[in-house]
Design a protein around this ligand. Structure first.
Ligand SMILES: NC(=O)c1ccc[n+]([C@@H]2O[C@H](COP(=O)([O-])OP(=O)(O)OC[C@H]3O[C@@H](n4cnc5c(N)ncnc54)[C@H](OP(=O)(O)O)[C@@H]3O)[C@@H](O)[C@H]2O)c1
Length: 287
């Protein structure tokens, strides 16, 4: 039995769907009735990462745990400290106590117990805690998702015919990856001995700068897109703070990843930005 924590979220749902397609027995850890097809095709265990007792029952009879759960799009009592740090620690401890054999953790590129960024610090501390157990672990460290940040920064304005706003010059290169590819790597790693007790750094097939991404959208939409740049550290009008912070951080380094070896090992044909756009972004007149 595979327990998925985070199955009501975007990546957790993709992973759960792939597991169902492969005929794997799946139990999802949820806080509310997941409804729809998810609730009918899998076992459901009710629990909250902040409630250790609920996790003990959820882990009973489980061979493998996969967690994508995180607090970033939640709020209230779900915080980096309560969910990403203490909550994942609770889940790891419950899994170890239930003699779970295998544990896959969706971390993040840059995870580091000493990171000044709270989420990356929590990811790094979780990785360290997991590695200290007897379970065979895999930490998957994806680079930035195409589906979320690229769509928010470039796709949203481009589809509305508005200028794209970049923090800095936008020439740093990062291996953006689709969530679908992250799900495929995760499911492939599940049964791979080679992935046990390993950290897998995941990126897409091509490193891209924000300027490259704008050019790809221009080719896809068949029209030019204006770009406005705001120097690092200056206020960015009408952009949410967390996106400004992310763009600022991404202006500090390049993160190209050579994925050729991992892609071959795990049988993943990485999705390029052009392929992603042709599947996800309809070409329509400016709205
Ligand atoms: N965005 C990026 O570019 C990026 C890059 C690298 C790595 N990542 C990582 O990728 C992963 C996938 O994120 P996502 O976008 O799929 O997340 P998401 O859509 O925001 O989903 C969050 C999931 O976590 C669950 N959750 C939150 N608090 C919980 C709690 N206290 N107890 C139980 N479940 C709880 C949510 O359940 P409810 O529905 O009940 O709230 C939901 O299923 C995350 O680990 C993220 O850190 C993201």
């Amino acid at each position: 039995m595979i327990l998925v924590a985070g199955a009501t979220g975007k990546l957790g749902r993709l992973i759960t769907q792939q597991l169902i397609q492969r005929g794997e027995p799946v139990r999802v850890l949820v806080r509310q009735d997941p409804g729809d097809e998810l609730g009918h095709l899998v076992e459901v265990a009710y629990g909250d990462l902040k409630d250790p007792d609920s996790l003990q029952m959820a882990c009973e009879g489980v061979d493998t745990v996969i967690t994508t759960a995180n607090s970033t799009a939640r709020g209230g009592t779900d915080t980096i400290d309560s969910v990403d740090l203490a909550g994942n620690r609770n889940l790891i401890d419950a899994a170890a106590a239930a003699h779970v054999r295998r544990f896959l953790f969706i971390s993040s590129l840059g995870a580091d117990p000493d990171s000044p960024m709270p989420l990356l610090r929590a990811k790094g501390l979780t990785e360290r805690h997991l590695a200290g157990t007897d379970m065979a672990w895999t930490s998957l460290q994806p680079n930035v998702y195409m589906d979320l940040l690229l769509m928010a920064v470039v796709g949203g304005p481009a589809l509305q015919g508005a200028p794209v706003t970049l923090v800095g010059e936008g020439r740093r290169r990062h291996s953006f990856i689709t969530m679908s590819d992250v799900a495929t790597y995760t499911v492939a790693a599940l049964h791979s001995r080679a992935a046990e007790n390993q950290t897998l750094r995941l990126g897409g097939p091509e490193p891209l700068s924000w300027r490259d991404a704008v050019a790809a959208f221009e080719r896809h939409l068949g029209r030019p897109i204006d770009v406005v740049t705001v120097p690092v550290g200056e206020p960015v009008p009408a952009m949410p703070d967390f996106i400004v912070q992310l763009l600022t951080a991404l202006e500090m380094y390049d993160s190209p990843l050579d994925m050729s070896e991992l892609a071959e090992t795990y049988g993943v044909r990485g999705t390029s930005l052009a392929e992603f756009l042709s599947g996800a972004v309809p070409v329509s007149p400016v709205v």
